[in-house]
Design a protein around this ligand. Structure first.
Ligand code: NAP
Length: 555
């Protein structure tokens, strides 16, 4: 796909830089970092609703956020296309046509490109511009943002739209630097693609990404070795083309679709069945599970209301899925290695797949159980475990992300009185509503830790945050206020509530989950997203705003 012709960085010729050691300073009403779903919509609302002068600073060479970077083969969204999109513009809704049940990465970029052109967003997006620092000046009430290219931007409001899963986690395995083959992280996939033909490929990681990429690599490569640390559940996606009738139906019913998505727990338009796993006779339960399995996708989780809150209900559900693995994978030993035993279904983010377990029936695919033979090192020729060396030409890291906090901490943010976000969050993120952090006035974090974010269909979570932030800034301007900062007590209370909400579910029990930061060595173990449900969360945000922005100090 062609790159987006967004604004390129300012050049010497286009600014008024006076001396080589004095960075050019560009002043705006608001700065947004990131040009994915969230940054683009935030730009649109601030510009069109509030008439603000806004600049979006984007590290990538194009818009798209997560979909700009995640171009690995098989990358597609787990939310269905008809609701993995914006809901704020009726024209766009009626004009855009998705081709598949689950949108692939290229089609999502095409969609965002269509939206950006339709709304004339690109003129305010500056590409190839990596933010390396942001400091708040208390006296001036201004954020100063520095870029890797030496530019400086200033604005009273700073809004991060950096996504939750944008900081690649490449594990520090000794020897990577001497590997003679090529290696790639799925979240930084080369735009020109990777040709696996005739290659022996090793893949580390079996999360949502690993489960998507393995079947595609296996089809192309001479040989694929999957290095698995933790076995995972997966539901078939049952991807297929969208029919003309479905397109008509969704277009005619968008109002209802969005109403349902916003009134649920996860921003999906399907409702969670109001029945307990325990209340249904075993044969009826089996029928319900089979039906959900055949329909495919994340909706499987919604078959019963107690899968994520009741250990017994979860055990029964997990057993159904374990049996499915045994039914698909022909080699019983391999099937057992692929069967998750250490966590319940959906307590880690559940993947959906296209032929994942079937891949292990192929002659050219091998599974290595890293629990039985941990990785020792990467060698010049391949990868060595405690048992043997596996010769490889290409190594693929599907090892995930430093989720939620990683993308924010790498911005090097310094707030009021010189406090550093990395210090304030050293024991885990401390936000109020996931939107603001005490000590960081006028800084808003779209889908920040402490908000539903990754537990949600992302566009719904993003729109709710963007609308709230826009209304908040609009209210400040209407009242002649210039500064807003979350109060410490409010944030402390919110952190307690986020913990309570997580503890009311089985989610914190998956000890190796990235929701807890457990995938990154040294990261504090804190449950980061808000598990109390999207509708409840949005209701709280509305109440706070309606109550004069309770918990925020405004002046
Ligand atoms: P992930 O869920 O964190 O999975 C990473 C995998 O790498 C895990 O199997 C992990 O094992 C393994 N791993 C990490 N470090 C390792 C090491 N040092 N040695 C061996 N194995 C190691 O990451 P992801 O699959 O990229 O997915 C992240 C999230 O992105 C998903 O949960 C989802 O929210 C999102 N995503 C969405 C889609 C979609 O919508 N279609 C697709 C892909 C990703 P452990 O489990 O033992 O830590």
């Amino acid at each position: 796909m062609a790159e987006h012709p967004g604004t390129k960085p300012f050049t010497e010729a286009s600014n008024t830089r006076a001396a080589a050691d004095t960075p050019a300073v560009h002043t705006f009403d608001a700065l947004i970092i990131g040009a994915g779903f969230s940054g683009l919509y935030q730009l649109h609302t601030l510009r069109e609703q509030l008439g603000m002068r806004v600049r979006v600073l984007e590290q990538g060479g194009g818009i798209g956020g997560t979909w700009y970077w995640n171009r690995y083969p098989g990358a597609r969204c787990d939310s269905e296309s008809y609701y993995y999109c914006y809901s704020f513009d009726k024209r766009i809704e009626q004009e855009w046509t998705w081709s598949e049940r689950y949108p692939g990465h290229a089609e999502i970029r095409q969609y965002l490109d269509f939206v950006a052109r339709r709304l004339d967003l690109l003129r305010d997006v500056q590409l190839d511009t990596k933010v390396v620092g942001a400091q708040y000046d208390d006296d001036a009430g201004i954020w100063t943002v520095d870029t890797e290219g030496g530019e400086r931007f200033r604005a009273p409001f700073l809004i991060t739209a950096v996504g939750c899963l944008s900081t690649a986690n490449v594990p520090a395995i000794p020897g990577l630097d001497r590997f003679a083959g090529q290696w790639y992280h799925t979240g930084q996939w080369p735009h020109e693609g990777v040709d696996f033909t005739g290659k022996r490929v090793g893949q580390i990681g079996t999360g949502s990404t690993g489960i998507q990429v393995a079947p595609v690599i296996a089809e192309q490569a001479t040989h694929l070795t999957v290095f698995q640390r933790t076995a995972n559940y997966s539901i078939p996606a049952r991807n297929r083309p969208v029919t003309a009738q479905e397109i008509r139906l969704t277009r005619d019913n968008y109002e209802d679709i969005w109403r349902r998505a916003r009134s649920g727990a996860n921003g999906h338009p399907f409702t969670i069945a109001d029945r307990s796993v325990h209340d249904v006779p075993a044969d009826e339960r089996q029928r319900i599970f089979e039906e959900a399995w055949e329909r495919g996708g994340l909706r499987f989780r919604a078959s019963f209301r107690d899968i994520l809150v009741d250990k017994g209900a979860n055990d029964i559900t997990s057993d159904f899925l374990r049996a499915k693995i045994r039914a698909v994978v022909k080699d019983p030993e391999m099937a057992e290695t692929l069967t998750p035993r250490d966590h319940g279904f959906a307590t880690k983010r559940p993947p959906i797949d296209t032929g994942y377990f079937e891949t292990f029936n192929r002659d050219n695919v091998r599974l290595v159980d890293l629990k039985a033979e941990p990785i020792v090192e990467i060698t010049e020729r391949g990868l060595r475990t405690t048992r043997r060396e596996y010769p490889l030409d290409i190594l693929v890291f599907a090892t995930g992300f430093d989720a939620l906090t990683g993308p924010l901490l790498k911005l090097n943010i310094t707030g009021s009185g010189g406090r550093r976000l990395s210090d304030d969050w050293s024991a885990g993120p401390r936000t109020y509503l996931g939107l603001q952090t005490p000590g960081f006035p006028n800084l808003f974090t779209i889908t920040g830790p402490g908000s539903p974010s990754v537990l949600c269909n992302m566009p719904i979570a993003i729109e709710q945050h963007v609308d709230w932030i826009t209304a908040c800034i609009g209210d400040m301007r209407a009242q002649g206020l210039t500064r807003i900062e979350a109060e410490r007590d409010a944030a402390d209370g919110w952190v307690r509530h986020v913990n309570d909400a997580a503890n009311a579910t089985l989610l914190p029990q998956a000890s190796s989950s990235w929701y807890l930061g457990a995938n990154v060595p040294g990261k504090p173990r804190v449950f980061m997203p808000y598990a109390g449900g999207f509708a409840r969360y949005a209701g709280i945000c509305d109440e706070v705003a309606g109550d004069g922005y309770r918990g925020f100090a405004r002046s």
